[in-house]
Design a protein around this ligand. Structure first.
Ligand SMILES: O=C(O)CCC(=O)C(=O)O
Ligand SMILES: [Fe+2]
Length: 283
């Protein structure tokens, strides 16, 4: 039953997000932009997001779990501020908040499954690791890179909807169009393979923090987006993250499972996120 409700929410979030992207494109409004902080809450125009020095061919609305002033001291300062939810349609904020709650619940269940698969206690990812998880929600629109007559534009770096990267937290739930194949993941042979859309499902990516926690047993998924279809593509990506101030290091169980040597130093999640956001995902 729970999944049934989630499924309906997936569809509704998709539908509303799609209309927002279309609205934004037609009105050319940039009223959601937050210009007064280095943080990227709100609307980003096509090409404003940069991955490894190359502008991404997408536009997006970014929302974060709210960091209230002083909540995490200096660590959280760059992320302080309210989300810029679109006011039209009027139920956008409520719907997306409900969607976030459902995704958070589902992700914590997936993390419990992963804990058991690793032979660790079911709640190993809770408490001061991810008992109070941070989250990020991105509604992303990828414009068409074909000419109207279907002829392909010259292949340049700028055709890339989103350059190759790994996500920085624990898990990502990608809610993509049913009829456009654009997301690609790199497999262990170094080949790019398409993550074919399966209606009513998420693609679930592993992020950098889960790689550290598992001492590399779970690899963070290298992925990219190339929208070669003749249609505007929409994706709603939900990022499930550790506690903002969590110091993440390999779990003892995972160090033992992977040869007894810690492969990663401890990393404070919030610091990792802020460095990514402030450098516009250069790394
Ligand atoms: O659009 C997609 O399918 C994935 C987007 C993505 O990788 C990201 O926002 O980190
Ligand atoms: Fe990603």
């Amino acid at each position: 039953m729970e999944f049934g409700i989630l499924f309906l929410k997936i569809l509704e979030a998709y539908r509303v997000s799609f209309s927002i992207c279309l609205m934004r494109r037609s009105s050319k409004s940039n009223s959601l932009r937050q210009l007064d902080t280095g943080c990227s809450i709100g609307y980003q125009r096509v090409g404003e997001n940069i991955t490894k020095g190359v502008p991404d061919m997408h536009e997006a609305i970014d929302c974060y779990r709210e960091v209230k002033p002083g909540m995490y001291g200096r660590l959280g300062e760059a992320m302080e501020g309210c989300n810029k939810w679109p006011s039209d349609p009027p139920n956008f904020k409520d719907l997306m908040e409900e969607y976030v709650n459902l995704c958070t619940d589902l992700s914590s269940k997936i993390m419990r499954g992963i804990a058991l698969a690793l032979g660790a206690p079911m709640d190993v990812f809770e408490g001061n690791r991810a008992g109070d998880p941070f989250w990020v929600l991105r509604v992303i629109g990828y414009p068409v890179v074909h000419h109207a007559n279907g002829q392909e534009m010259p292949k340049t770096e700028t055709d890339v909807g989103c350059g190759a990267h790994t996500d920085y937290g624990l898990l990502t739930l990608v809610n993509q169009d049913d009829d456009i194949t654009a997301l690609q993941v790199r497999n262990s042979n170094g080949e790019w393979i398409s993550a074919l859309p399966v209606p009513g499902t998420f693609v679930c990516n592993i992020g950098d923090m889960l790689k550290i926690l598992t001492n590399g047993e779970y690899e963070s998924t290298l992925h990219r987006v190339i929208n070669n279809s003749p249609k505007y593509r929409v994706c709603v990506a939900y990022f499930y993250e550790p506690n903002f101030d969590a110091a993440i290091e390999p779990l003892d169980t995972c160090v033992q499972r992977t040869g007894g040597t810690k492969k990663f130093d401890s990393a404070v999640y919030g610091k990792h996120l802020v460095s990514k956001v402030l450098t516009n995902f250069v790394m």
